[in-house]
Write a new protein. Structure first.
Length: 489
């Protein structure tokens, strides 16, 4: 009897301790947001919007097939840069790579300090002919309607390129000189891998022995109403990006006439393999960038969410469940599997000899291409299926810390220009040109000063890409502020 009572007390006691532990963690979870500091006011040049509009009118499209590359438009963009930004063109060292990618070096006054590299890309994805009619405005018209500017590239990524160029030109006009040298790297083929642009620029900088204090490319943005559980806008700074690998699976079996099919056909075998892969997803995990995300956003959340985030070891399964429920959440917690090409058969009464399928995997931080190959071999467990690696695969990027000069400097500039916004580290699920710069700095961040809302979230790479004019002006303010902030120790 005594023993039973003891066990009961023990259980009650343990329960209370767990509750106290959970409450303690929740109540002591401190906000990581910075106290707001005033920005240095700048007056946006009245020509800035016209400059942006002109840039959107130049069809710098990176085509799917290299033979469709139209150099005429890229030549025009070269002329546009020189004509529109004369001070930047003459007062910084300007180098051109593969004819159309640009690197500007704005020398700082203190050459002992490591430089900063700001990145962007001037190419855009095509507007598919069949979709042209769904655009409400000409995608290459640079048209302004009321408070919004329309066009392919208005978000991805001409706002970055023009935002940086306007900021630098403005600061040069003011006679400002940065303390730390600033490199501006603008690629012209990001949308098709960045081999001729960002890759070449990075190789050159490596040869020069450049080691950057921090690098900032596109990747994260300010999201409105897109982070569940948080009402305020959230600025997401990408501290890592996922890797990517495409694998081609193929199988060859005996064919035959469809009137006497054998037990298994090539199509059956391949379908079975894809089915197995879809029903055995890669394991879910909270990777380092996502842990950072929870640590920064947890304190800003309502009590229940805050409690889960503050005690993520206890609530990990719950958090993962929550993320798994949506495609965008799922992409943050695991390597994803996407069958993208499936080919077999030529005629309705012939059993094909072979079947092929291509799958694209986006690899979570901490995993690797080899892990992906091992996993799929295990899951498919069928030697008849051969696996071939496609081109342009990349391992997941290293994770840049949040306790660094670069992260703090970007965080500060965001708080200055967008005081109402919460800042958080993030995992970028797409690929950016920054991956070519991995060896140039341990501190690579991905943030584009644009506001992504439920209404324009699908517009980049999609239909009706557009951005509010105030967002464009804030982008210029942000880059100017970031350059100013970068002079501090
Ligand atoms: Zn982009």
């Amino acid at each position: 009897m005594k023993m039973k009572r003891f066990i009961l007390y023990f259980i009650i006691f343990s329960g209370i301790m767990v509750i106290l532990y959970v409450l303690f963690n929740t109540l002591t979870l401190k906000s990581k947001q910075l106290a707001s500091v005033a920005a240095t006011e700048i007056k946006i040049d009245s020509d800035a919007l016209e400059h942006f509009s002109s840039a959107l009118r130049i069809k710098t499209v990176s085509p799917e097939n290299e033979k469709d590359f139209d150099s005429l438009h890229f030549d025009r963009f070269n002329d546009y840069l020189a004509k529109t930004y004369p001070l930047t063109d003459s007062l910084t060292e300007h180098m051109v790579f593969s004819d159309y990618s640009h690197l500007f070096l704005w020398k700082g006054s203190d050459l002992g300090m490591k430089p900063v590299i700001l990145m962007g890309h001037l190419d855009v994805v095509p507007v598919i002919d069949a979709n042209r009619d769904f655009w409400k405005e000409d995608p290459f018209g640079g048209i302004v309607v009321n408070d919004t500017i329309w066009g392919r590239g208005s978000i991805d990524d001409k706002i970055g390129v023009i935002g940086i160029m306007e900021a630098v030109e403005h600061l040069l006009q003011e006679g400002f000189r940065p303390r730390r040298s600033i490199y501006i790297a603008i690629g012209h083929d990001e949308e098709i891998g960045g081999r001729k642009g960002a890759f070449e620029i990075a190789s050159y900088l490596k040869k020069q022995g450049v080691e950057a204090e921090f690098i900032m490319d596109e990747g994260g943005s300010i999201t409105s109403g897109l982070v569940p559980g948080i009402e305020k806008d959230v600025a997401l700074i990408g501290i890592a990006e996922k890797g990517s690998v495409s694998l081609e699976l193929s199988v060859e079996l005996e064919g035959g006439h469809s009137s006497m099919p054998g037990k298994e056909t090539a199509i059956d075998v391949m379908s079975e393999a894809i089915y197995k892969l879809k029903s055995n997803p890669f394991p879910a995990r909270l990777s380092a960038p996502l842990e950072g995300f929870l640590a920064y956003l947890g304190p800003e959340m309502p009590f229940v969410n805050k409690m889960a985030f503050a005690n993520k070891n206890l609530f990990q399964a719950l958090i993962i469940n929550e993320y798994e429920a949506t495609a965008s959440g799922n992409a943050l917690i695991r390597t994803t599997t996407a069958p993208t090409i499936f080919n077999s058969g030529v005629k309705d009464n012939i059993i094909p000899l072979s079947a092929k399928a291509t799958l694209n995997f986006r690899i979570i931080t901490g995993s690797s291409i080899q892990d992906v190959i091992n996993h799929i071999k295990n899951v498919i467990d069928d030697d008849r299926i051969k696996i071939k690696e496609g081109n342009f695969n990349t391992e997941p990027s290293p994770v840049s810390g949040t306790d660094s000069y670069g992260f703090r400097t970007i965080h500060k500039a965001i708080s200055q220009i967008y005081p109402e916004v919460i800042v958080s580290p993030y995992l970028v699920v797409g690929a950016t040109d920054a991956r070519h710069f991995n060896e140039l700095s341990e501190h690579i961040y991905r943030f584009l000063p644009t506001r992504i809302t439920t209404s324009n979230v699908k517009s980049f790479h999609g239909l009706n890409e557009r951005i509010a004019i105030t967002e464009f002006e804030n982008a210029i303010r942000f880059y100017a502020q970031l350059i100013r902030n970068s002079g501090s120790e």
